[in-house]
Every structure is written in structure tokens, then in C-alpha cells.
Design a protein around this ligand. Structure first.
Ligand SMILES: [Mn+2]
Length: 461
């Protein structure tokens, strides 16, 4: 038995966890079940997919088909396409949001399990959903939730731990240099810091995309996270067009386990790459070099952000810029929003705000991508992005191609289709002006935010 690791208090008592466990236990009745897993194409989603695949192969002797399509929300046509490979006994949707239309997939597959940590836009009622953030924000990563489920069912090993740790890294759950961490993940991160001491040791090297406050030091875990994040983008760079980045990264993580690489003996990225054989190691390091030069380019573009206003201690800034040339077609936050994140803390300190909210307005090949990143405070990125998407949908009577949401401190809004760029900017500015007026008119910003909240049907206590 490997259950003394009762990682999170009350985990087993959670009704949603119990239903998720039951669904997986029931699959034991089927000899070698076929399971379809759709996971988010970012680092956390890929790490979730790695943990799910390893668990289901071990525990159920299952055949697991993993799909990492380049958009966040899973659609019916993607499910239909995947079913061309034959029927499945279960569909697992990980780190891809919690949407009520996920219930529709029960028409195609008998069991649907959603494992997620995004704020919800409507919780499905008939599938099994494990999402601690379904009704109020509980910052964590989907891969940690997958690991916790795996620990309840079966023996896990250091490679599952490593995958969950990388997922937490990708989703900014902890900062190993500052030694801080979101509450939910604390027991796990503390355990990992003991297990992978080599990866948590601060060192004076180039700061990574994950070093948001201390830009002097970094750690190996942040460097590996950045390398793998760049790997997820590999197919956008010409040298690696025949590889699909997310699959490449998934295979790297699985390979470390297959080859039993001693993770606690790695000392540098070079060590890690040397275990990954050609051509994969070459593709990864090329993508990483291209990523770093794109980063420097975008850091210059993001230098002159514009202060729009300050609302109850939150300085609201705007960056209006294009993505790196290779990323202009990426339908997700590729590099620029991460660059913007590194500007939050310097602005907070130098301009004396309690908090900073950065809005990144980025015209792309297909429409406009608006990202919001904040250090916290009264403005909630998820609510603002959801509200913006809702307004533009209503104005343009268009549902396809417009979406918004995410987390309190990081959210996205995608606007494509027939909506012109100036209209997206106009609606964004009206929203900001409204918030400012409410705040200054004394009628309580919380009430306004709550009104958005009710409008967008996001249940919160
Ligand atoms: Mn995630």
C-alpha cells in the first residue's frame, strides 16, 4: 500500500473525488479497456496526460489514446474525429476547462471524466467532474489533481511526481527561488523539494519566464519548465515543422520514465538533453534557442506599457503589441503574455501600486487575442475576460470563435470571425472605463464585479 501520502486534507472525503475514483475502479471490470484522453496542449496539460497514460496502463492495462489539439475547449467535432479510431470505454478530459456542453460527449462514450482546475463557465451535470475550482478559485494545476487521483488508486513513482511538479511549474503554482507556493499544492511542493533537491537549488543564471519577482536567480526546475514550454512551440519554428511540439514534450516526459533516468542527479539542462537522444534533443534545444531570442525581442516590445488607470490599488496597464513572427498564428498564449507577466512586479514596485493588472492586446493572424495577467487585488482576470467575450458575442451575434476565461490572476479572451480589431479594442476600453467609473463613483467595485459575475452565471459563494 502506498497511501500514507494523504496529501491533501479531506481529499478522500470529497464527493467529486470519490466519483472520479469509482469511475476508474469500474473500468477494472473491462479487460484492457480503450481510453481516450484529450488534454490541454500546454505544459500542465501535457504533464496531466503523461500521468493519466501511465496510471491507466498500469492500473487497468488500458490502451490510452492521447490527443493534444491546439485549442483549449474540446469540441464535438474533435471528439467525433477521434472516434474514427474505434470505440472507447471512457473519455478523460484533462486541463481543458469545465464547460456544460461536455455532457454532450456522453452520446459518444459511456463514461466521461473531467479533471480540471479552471474557473467554470457552467459545470456539466452528467459527466463526472473533479475540479476544486468549479465554484470558487482554488489555485493549483491539473497535473497535481491527476497525481492525487493516481495515488489513491495505485503505486506512483518519481516520474509521476516529476510530471506533476512540471505541471505546477507551467501553471505558476510555486516559486522555488522565493520559496512560496499556493496553499493547495504546499504538501506536494514541500515533498518534491526534498525529493528533487537538485532542481530547487537557487543559482545565478539567466532568469527564466518563471522568475517573476527575483530576476537575478533561477533554479533547474524553472529552466526545465522553460525548455519544455519552448518545446511545446517547436512546430511553429521552421526547423521543426514535422514535429508537433506538445507530442514531442509528452514523449520526452514518458521517455525519462521508460529509461529510468535518475532525475535527482540532473544538474543542468545539458544533463537532461544528453538523456534524450537525437533528433529529439536537437529539436528541443533549437526551439529553446529560438524561444530565447523571441523572448528578448518581445521584452523590448513590452517595455513601454501604458498606464490606463488605477482602481482601488490596482494599476491597470496596456501592452499593444504583436507576438513573435513565428507565433502570430498560435491560437493560444505563446510568448508575449509570459513576457508581460515578468513586467508585473517591477511595475508594482517602481510605480507604487498595491497590485498590477496587465492587459495584453495582441492582433494575430486570426483575430485578436487579449490576455490579462495580475498580481491579485480586486480585479479578477477571469471575470473580466468572460465579460468581454460575453459582450462581444452579444454585439456581434456571433458565438463561434469568441471565448474568454481562465483564472483569477491569468485569463484569456479570443476574438475572431467577423469582429474587427477596432471593435475589440473599443469594447475593452469601454469595460475598463466602466470599472473605473464605478470605482470612483463610490458605488462599490465589488458590487459591479459581482454583477458581471451573476451575468456570466459563474457561481461563487
Ligand atoms: Mn493547467
Amino acid at each position: 500500500m502506498n497511501h500514507p501520502r494523504r496529501v491533501q486534507l479531506g481529499f478522500r472525503m470529497d464527493e467529486d473525488v470519490r466519483r472520479a475514483i469509482e469511475l476508474l475502479e469500474d473500468l477494472k471490470e473491462i479487460e484492457s479497456p480503450r481510453i481516450l484522453n484529450f488534454s490541454h496542449h500546454d505544459l500542465d496539460g501535457i504533464c496531466s496526460a503523461a500521468i493519466i497514460k501511465r496510471l491507466l496502463q498500469r492500473y487497468l492495462n488500458a490502451t490510452v489514446v492521447t490527443k493534444l489539439p491546439p485549442r483549449f475547449m474540446l469540441t464535438t467535432s474533435e471528439v467525433e474525429d477521434a472516434l474514427a479510431d474505434g470505440p472507447f470505454d471512457a473519455l478523460v478530459i484533462s486541463d481543458k476547462g469545465t464547460f456544460d456542453h461536455y455532457d454532450d460527449f456522453l452520446e459518444y462514450v459511456e463514461r466521461v471524466l473531467v479533471i480540471d482546475h479552471h474557473l467554470s463557465d457552467g459545470v456539466p451535470k452528467r459527466c463526472v467532474v473533479y475540479n476544486p475550482s468549479a465554484h470558487r478559485s482554488v489555485p493549483t494545476a491539473a497535473s497535481l489533481l491527476c497525481l492525487m487521483l493516481a495515488e489513491e488508486l495505485d503505486l506512483t513513482d518519481e516520474y509521476d511526481d516529476f510530471a506533476a511538479l512540471m505541471g505546477c511549474r507551467g501553471d505558476f503554482v510555486f516559486d522555488p527561488v522565493l520559496d512560496n507556493c499556493e496553499e493547495f499544492a504546499k504538501p506536494f511542493i514541500e515533498r518534491s523539494a526534498r525529493k528533487f533537491k537538485n532542481m530547487f537549488e537557487p543559482k545565478v543564471e539567466r532568469p527564466t519566464m518563471f522568475d517573476l519577482v527575483d530576476r537575478e536567480r533561477t533554479t533547474l526546475i524553472n529552466q526545465i519548465g522553460e525548455l519544455l514550454h519552448a518545446g511545446c512551440l517547436a512546430h511553429f519554428y521552421q526547423s521543426a515543422e514535422r514535429f508537433y511540439g506538445p507530442e514531442l514534450v509528452l514523449n520526452c516526459i514518458l521517455k525519462l520514465a521508460d529509461e529510468k533516468i535518475k532525475l535527482n542527479e540532473l544538474n543542468s539542462l545539458g544533463d537532461l538533453l544528453s538523456h534524450l537522444h537525437l533528433p529529439v534533443s536537437q529539436v528541443l534545444s533549437n526551439a529553446y534557442n529560438a524561444f530565447k531570442s523571441d523572448w528578448d525581442l518581445l521584452a523590448r516590445r513590452a517595455e513601454n506599457s501604458i498606464l490606463l488607470n488605477e482602481v482601488q490599488g490596482v494599476g491597470i496597464y496596456l501592452i499593444f503589441a504583436r507576438e513573435a513572427p513565428a507565433m502570430q498564428a498560435a491560437p493560444f498564449p505563446a510568448i508575449l503574455p509570459y513576457v508581460a507577466m515578468t513586467k508585473l512586479h517591477p511595475l508594482r514596485t517602481s510605480k507604487n501600486h498595491q497590485n498590477v493588472l496587465m492587459i495584453v492586446f495582441c492582433p494575430k493572424t486570426q483575430g485578436v487575442h487579449i490576455s490579462m495577467r495580475s498580481t491579485g487585488g480586486v480585479l479578477d482576470c477571469h471575470i473580466l475576460c468572460s465579460e468581454l467575450a460575453r459582450r462581444i458575442k452579444t454585439l456581434y451575434r456571433q458565438n463561434e470563435g469568441i471565448s474568454g476565461g481562465g483564472h483569477e490572476k491569468a485569463a484569456e479572451c479570443f476574438i475572431s470571425g467577423s469582429v474587427p480589431m477596432y471593435a475589440a479594442m473599443h469594447e475593452l476600453m469601454s469595460l475598463v472605463r466602466e470599472i473605473v467609473q464605478f470605482a470612483k463613483g463610490g458605488s462599490g467595485l465589488e458590487e459591479k464585479v459581482k454583477a458581471f459575475n451573476d451575468d456570466s452565471r459563474i457561481p461563487r459563494p
